[in-house]
Design a protein around this ligand. Structure first.
Ligand code: FAD
Ligand code: AMP
Length: 479
């Protein structure tokens, strides 16, 4: 007889491991299957996020920013530094240690919560059965009342720049350089391209970012995107929009990249390394038997409804492998929702309030609708902005670039969106996200007491500015 579980989760990224832990907390007999192996060939949990995504990229962003600060920023505080150097292998080793600690932590959390962690590959068969092939190649069939598919995503490859993991790399390879490339090309000015470009730019690479679209960060609020572009350009990122890469040729240790520029003219640039960051696609390779009964949509995502239920009874899917933003926290919350639904609870998820961050310095963060989206929907609205240049705390920290923007409905005053480029934007935007979850108006935030001096005061002031009541800037609108 095959082993029977209440829940089998396939994939232990932030969507899968969170679903498994929550299911086990609710008393469900749960197993989580993971096929990722580390460099030593050992099975590890954590998926893209912990192994080659959110965490290692932030480790390198933080290391590279400290180097930049020590080298270029300390002097304004009266601190003299000499002989500042970057030891790239040590920086990469620190990152690897953090990854090891966190991925190991998931195994410990599984143990603490009673989740059975299985290392190997899972394949969904018909009738909620899962074929499990362990890392030694031994196959067995497991059964479950519910199966949660959380197989994640993988980088998109483009034929015009095939990854060779030597000169042309994807985001994973860009976390492993053993020295600072002199000239670095990045294809795609998305979140990942800007973060990885920033890491190596801070360490001394001349970085050129080639982006096919005409506008920079097209999906973001354009006032914020323009400000971010200005700041990043000043830092040395050579961001070229309307530039579509059409070919590449590796010559020894270099790559010659061909692209069409904004006038449609063919151009060439030579780089020591090229990072391909043109997006990610859902990963379902080997996941579904032909008769699993699970449908994919036209873009290859597993088709699910609002509750993450697939069209096969008892089969759910969460995270990057289903529609919606490819963000770790989005997948985690879907994992919680599904586990609680399986346990009989009525949990739903609010897809309208999912914060989104680019971890450049300063950070770019957003929640809710952009001004362009509000305008396109024909909703009447007011906008309040507050620049960090007017914040005492930002000035004390020498972090005065950027602004907070709050958009509120003109009739109900309900906050529709908040967009920030500035210091600690990721943490600041979460404050507004919490307020939005409680249906807050701009006036509500304006009436709250904010600690002084804090960066959070910029949120207070932007909320006040929605009605022309900001104290520390001249208001555009007076009431
Ligand atoms: P994944 O994390 O991709 O995990 C899926 C897991 O399923 C993998 O471990 C895979 O091995 C396993 N699997 C697949 N098929 C099978 C199978 N058949 N059997 C067994 N196991 C299987 N998001 C953020 O929110 N914030 C960030 O700062 C951020 N930074 C990023 C930086 C980079 C460089 C990258 C690449 C991504 C970043 N992301 C970030 C995105 C984030 O990593 C993903 O949204 C998140 O990892 C998706 O979680 P997931 O659980 O759906 O899938
Ligand atoms: P994201 O999906 O946010 O990771 O961003 C990927 C970016 O890569 C998008 O903005 C695309 O427009 C861009 N992109 C895709 N293909 C090309 C290409 N051939 N040349 C330049 N940019 C590209």
């Amino acid at each position: 007889m095959s082993e029977k579980y209440d829940v089998i989760v396939i994939g232990s990224g932030p969507a899968g491991y969170v679903a498994a832990i929550r299911a086990a907390q609710l008393g469900l007999k749960t197993a989580c299957i993971e096929k990722w192996r580390n460099e030593e060939g050992k099975g590890v949990n954590g998926g893209t996020c912990l192994n080659v995504g959110c965490i290692p990229s932030k480790a390198l962003l933080d290391s590279s920013y400290k180097y930049h600060e020590a080298k270029d920023d300390f002097k304004i505080h009266g601190i003299t530094t000499k002989g500042i150097e970057i030891d790239v292998p040590s920086m990469i080793a620190r990152k690897a240690q953090i990854v090891k600690q966190l991925t190991g932590g998931i195994a410990a959390l599984f143990k603490a919560n009673g989740v059975t962690g299985l290392y190997g590959t899972g394949k969904l068969l018909a009738g909620r059965k899962v074929e499990f092939t362990d890392n030694e190649g031994k196959t067995s069939v497991l059964e479950a009342d519910n199966v949660i598919l959380a197989s994640g995503s993988s980088p998109i490859n483009i034929p015009v720049a095939p990854v060779d993991n030597k000169v042309i790399v994807n985001s994973t390879g860009a976390l492993e350089f053993d020295s600072v490339p002199k000239r670095l090309g990045v294809i795609g000015a998305g979140v990942i391209g800007l973060e990885l470009g920033s890491v190596w730019n801070r360490l001394g690479s001349q970085v050129v970012v080639l982006e096919a679209l005409d506008s920079f960060l097209a999906m973001m609020d354009q006032q914020i995107a323009k400000e971010a572009q200005k700041i990043l350009t000043k830092q040395g990122l050579d961001i070229r929009t309307s530039c579509r890469v059409t070919g590449s040729e590796v010559k020894g240790n270099e790559v010659v990249v061909t692209f069409t520029d904004k006038d449609g003219k063919e151009q060439k640039e030579t780089f020591d390394k090229l990072i391909v960051c043109v997006g990610r696609r859902p990963y379902t390779e080997g996941l579904l038997a032909a008769d699993s009964g699970v449908n994919l949509d036209e873009r290859g995502f597993i088709y699910v409804n609002d509750l993450c239920s697939t069209n096969a009874p008892g089969v759910w899917a969460v995270g990057d492998v289903v529609r919606g933003p490819m963000l770790a926290h989005k997948g985690s919350e879907e994992g919680v929702m599904v586990a609680e639904r399986i346990a009989g609870q009525k949990t739903v998820m609010n897809y309208d309030i999912i914060p989104n961050v680019i971890y450049t310095h300063p950070e770019v963060a957003a929640v809710g609708k952009t001004e362009e989206q509000v305008k396109a929907a024909g909703e009447p609205y007011n906008v309040g902005t507050f620049p960090f240049a007017a914040s005492g705390r930002a000035m004390a920290a020498n972090e005065t670039q950027g602004l907070v923007k709050i958009i509120a409905h003109a009739e109900t005053d309900r906050i529709l969106g908040c967009h920030i480029v500035g210091p600690s934007a990721a943490d600041l935007v979460q404050q507004v996200a919490i307020a939005m979850e409680f249906g807050s108006s701009a006036e509500d935030i304006g009436m709250m007491v904010f600690g002084h001096p804090t960066l959070s005061e910029a949120i207070h002031e932007a909320a006040l500015a929605v009605h022309g009541h900001a104290i520390h800037i001249a208001n555009k609108k007076k009431r």
